[in-house]
Design a binder for this molecule. Structure first.
Ligand code: HAM
Length: 408
């Protein structure tokens, strides 16, 4: 039995890293005033179709869809921003702004699996609604940096760009089509298709020939209206004030359709081809596209699977292993364990009937200490502390003394 392609189990050390990353992200999001939201994994296909873009790769090629018994087409969520907007509208929160949410959980995209790219992957994300001012763009970028610092992620690159408001974006889109159409046949197959469906995405192409053609392509800057320019300057001004290092990449456009103004991506070269591990931006038109009022929004999502390759977290304390020597000592050993747990000490009983086997198990669990319990210990209400990582001799102690010792 094997999991299906692109799906995997997370266990042992991976699980520890995974859950600690989630805890750290959540703690920091709360520091900034974000509240948790748990969303359904399945939504009506419409939630994603128009919002992410009918012609985006995510909708066009990568959706996991299913039809329910009444013929409604459902989708496993490929991302959560559209779901959060759906929740904002269906829970009637649009009159009670601002609203700031964090979420985490599995997302599904039918992509070709490779290192750091899975068909079921996990995101931690935040979304803020109702803030028009560029300070919030800068603040969520600070939030992302704080998360990365606490996760011990170093050596990343942070790129930012503006794609302006809807009018600027449309003007640039038209200019790009005008420039590329006469050279259509020289573009890669992928870019030829994108020229019809989603020309901005051609800017992302890694193909050498495409890159050459793009060198003389019109630049976004030339098509931004004054308002969009001023907005971006303000975001960058805040980042300067907080000493955030950033690279303005005028080719950064993102693969989802809902963005306006600020877009950004964090990348790391150790990740290889799938180098983006945290990405997001502003999406001022999304709530109204989905039938709500005209409310600005901004957020990001971090790919937990990718951050697991970069983060230093995950080493939780090893348990104390409590070893009873016989059946008669088992109840007392369990009682000692419960007392340790009452005091927050992680511990396990190991009762394999042979000390060497119990010690082997303790080694596997990377335990530093074992507590040995024979009849003498039961009688005297003590335990014998054995140091597993050093030559120090055994010591007999009361449970209270053990707690003091472990607290040091
Ligand atoms: P996204 O760029 O599509 O944005 O995904 C965000 C992150 O999810 C990526 O940078 C990557 O780390 C991770 N990711 C995406 N696909 C995969 C995959 N197949 N396997 C592993 N990791 C993957 C969004 O999803 C937007 N909703 C972000 C956002 C939130 N924008 C505004 N608010």
């Amino acid at each position: 039995m094997q999991p299906i392609r692109g799906f995997r189990d997370l266990l042992q050390n991976d699980f520890k890293t995974f859950s600690e990353i989630k805890t750290i992200c959540e703690t920091i999001a709360k520091l900034y005033g974000y509240e948790g939201i748990e969303l359904p994994i399945v939504e009506s296909l419409d939630v994603f179709k128009r919002t992410l873009g009918d012609v985006s790769d995510v909708v066009n090629k990568e959706m996991f869809t299913l039809t329910d018994r009444h013929g409604e087409i459902l989708a496993l969520r490929p991302e959560a921003t559209a779901s959060v907007v759906r929740a904002l509208i269906s829970n009637k929160l649009t009159q009670d702004l601002p609203q700031k949410f964090f979420y985490q959980g599995p997302m599904f995209r039918y992509e070709r699996p490779q290192k750091g790219r899975y068909r079921q992957f996990y995101q931690f994300g935040i979304e803020a609604f109702g803030e028009k001012d560029p300070y919030i763009d800068a603040e969520i970028i600070l939030l992302a940096h704080r998360i990365l610092e606490d996760l011990g992620v170093k050596g990343f690159k942070f790129e930012i760009n503006t794609i302006g408001d809807v009018a600027s974006r449309k003007a640039y889109n038209d200019a790009l089509i005008k420039y590329l159409t006469p050279q259509k046949n020289e573009l890669s197959q992928d870019s030829q298709e994108r020229l019809l469906r989603n020309p901005l995405r051609i800017l992302d192409s890694k193909d050498m020939q495409d890159q050459k053609i793009l060198m003389n392509a019109p630049k976004f800057e030339g098509y931004l209206n004054e308002e969009s320019k001023a907005f971006f300057e303000s975001v960058c001004g805040y980042l300067d004030a907080f000493d955030v290092t950033y690279h303005v990449n005028s080719r950064l456009v993102r693969g989802l359709d809902y963005y306006t103004h600020t877009v950004f991506e964090f990348t790391h070269e150790d990740l290889g081809a799938q180098s983006a591990f945290l990405a997001g931006g502003r999406y001022d038109g999304l709530v109204s596209t989905m039938g709500g009022p005209d409310i600005p929004g901004i957020g990001f999502a971090m790919g937990i699977d990718r951050v697991m390759f970069l983060s230093e977290v995950g080493d939780v304390n090893a348990p104390v292993i409590v070893i009873p020597f016989s059946d008669d000592c088992l109840a007392y050993a369990m009682d000692v364990c419960e007392t340790l747990r009452d005091n927050g000490v992680m511990c396990e009983v190991s009762f394999k009937g042979k000390l060497s086997k119990d010690l082997k198990y303790a080694e596997k669990r990377q335990a530093e200490y074992a507590l040995l319990i024979g009849e003498n210990e039961v009688e005297a209400s003590t335990v014998t502390l054995k140091f597993l990582g050093s030559d120090e001799g055994n010591q007999t102690k009361s449970v209270g003394e053990i707690l003091d010792f472990l607290a040091l």
